[in-house]
Structure formats: C-alpha cells, structure tokens
Ligand binder design. Structure first.
Ligand code: DGL
Length: 283
C-alpha cells in the first residue's frame, strides 16, 4: 500500500499549485492528478453538483489507481464535499484545503486581512463558521471573485489564452479595488488570503497591483505538511530508493483540453507533456 500513489483533484488546473508543494515535500511519492476541467469552474455551480463530481472522481481514483490518500486540492470542493467524502470513505486518508485565515492572522501586522475565493467557498457554512470564530481577532474583507478561476483556467489555452490574461488583470483590478486599500500602514490590508487554488497562478499580476509589501497567503505548503504527517502516522510513506524520474512518478489527467493542461504543467511545474493524459470522459 505504501507504494500506491496519492490522488489529487481540482476543478481544473488550480490544484497544480498544491501538487507543486506536495512534490517538494514528498519527492519519493507517486501522484495521480485529476483536472476536472470539463466541469470547471466549480465555484459558481451548486453544492450538489460539486459533491457529485467529488464523489465520482474519488471513486474513480480509488478503483482505477488504488490511491492510498486523497488531497482535495480545491477549496470549493472541500467546502461542499469533504464531510460526505469522510463519511463515505472512513478509512481513506483525506486532506482538504480551506482559506488560510489562521496563518494570515499570524502574519498580519495591521489586523486588516483580505480574503478572495469562489462564491461557493465564501458562502459555505464551513467558511463562515471559520470566519465567525476569528472575527474578533482581525478585520476581514471577504470578496468572491466570479469569473477569475475560469479566466485562469483558460489562460494556457491556445485560442483563449490572450483574452483570458487580459480578463484576469481586469477582474483582479476590479475586485481588489472593491475590497479597500492595501498596504502596510495602519488601517490598510497588509495580507491577502488566496482562498482558491487557481489564484496562486495569478500571484504575479496580484503582486504588480498590490505592491511588494502585501503578504499573499496560500495553502500548498501546510497541506503538503499535513499530508506527510498523516502518511507517516499510518506508516504509508513511500521510502526510497532514489526518487524516480518525474514521468514515472506523476500522471496528470484531464477531461478538458489536453494541450491546455500540458501548457499549464510545463509553465508552472516544469513538467513534460508526456505526464499529461486525456481522461476517461465517463467519470
Ligand atoms: N480551484 C478551486 C478552488 O480552490 C475551484 C475554482 C473553481 O472551479 O471555481 O476553489
């Protein structure tokens, strides 16, 4: 069992930002990643739809790839489906992601924190419970970013890429302006939580809009540490020998556009095209 791969899924390419941290922290492990791009974005769909997709993908990864653990590398799917996944698969090691409000509290000096995410995540009970438990410790400005995950999803598409890049810039400009003033002076937001795994791939654009002093907080590293801890506790860590070549350790599958996944994997993770595959559309 410890030689089995770790499964990861997201509505599309966003979870690659989590895979990046998993790879760095668990270099001997094998990974099978499911980009559900044929059904993206999740953030503006119903909870029921996202739950059904999450269950179907998990079942597929278990049956076809015999995964030993599952990382739900999507805030929206975690909010909508993690509870159901935990009760349906009580023996599977399951790791979800949620907007990193607690780490942001440790970082922020002004006590003014921005949070961006999908509508699904930010309107969920799970998120609002977390926010409610921390509301007396900082001032949070919460902004759903409709359209942003989709634009990021499209930005490596050959035909849509150029327009999508412009759209990302316009959306970020609009949403960050609506949130208030960013900066390190008193009363300004000095920390921005990226509550969607796609948004990590817009960090450069965010940085140029918000300036160098604003902290951008994402969840890849804590998720990788937690995955490692849980595998270790269950004696399921894959031990050497030497790490094998990337193409033997990583499989990325999409039910969307294969060249777009290949371009994203290459651009952001420096992964060769041959690790990417067109997935079974029945799932
Ligand atoms: N990457 C996802 C998240 O973290 C979902 C984006 C979407 O499909 O709307 O929420």
């Amino acid at each position: 069992m410890n030689k089995s791969p770790i499964g990861i899924f997201d509505s599309g390419i966003g979870g690659l930002s989590v895979l990046q941290s998993l790879q760095a922290s668990l270099p001997a492990e094998h990974f099978v990643y499911w980009a559900d791009s044929g059904h993206a974005p999740y953030g503006e769909k119903s909870d029921l739809f996202v739950r059904e997709r999450s269950l179907a993908i998990t079942e597929h990864l278990l049956q076809q790839h015999h995964i030993k653990a599952l990382v739900v590398a999507c805030n929206t799917a975690t909010a909508a489906a993690i509870q159901e996944l935990r009760s349906k698969y009580p023996h599977l090691i399951l790791i979800g992601v949620e907007p990193a409000l607690k780490p942001a509290l440790q970082i922020s000096k002004t006590g003014h924190i921005g949070v961006i995410g999908t509508r699904g995540t930010l309107s969920s009970d799970k998120f609002n419970k977390l926010l409610g438990s921390l509301h007396d410790q900082a001032h949070f400005s919460v902004q759903p970013c409709n359209g942003l995950a989709l634009a990021i999803e499209q930005c490596t598409d050959v035909e849509l890429g150029e327009q999508a890049a412009m759209r990302i810039h316009q959306l970020l400009e609009k949403y960050t302006r609506e949130m208030g003033v960013f900066g390190s002076s008193a009363g300004q937001m000095d920390t921005l939580v990226l509550g969607c795994t796609h948004y990590v791939f817009a960090e450069k654009q965010l940085r140029s809009l918000l300036g160098p002093d604003v902290h951008l907080v994402s969840t890849g590293e804590p998720v990788a540490r937690q995955t490692r801890r849980l595998l270790e506790a269950a004696s399921l860590l894959r031990n050497g020998p030497e790490p094998r070549p990337t193409s033997a350790r990583i499989q990325l599958m999409t039910n969307g556009d294969l060249p777009a996944l290949q371009a994203a994997a290459q651009r952001w993770l420096d992964l060769p095209h041959l690790v990417c595959h067109k997935a079974d559309s029945q799932v």
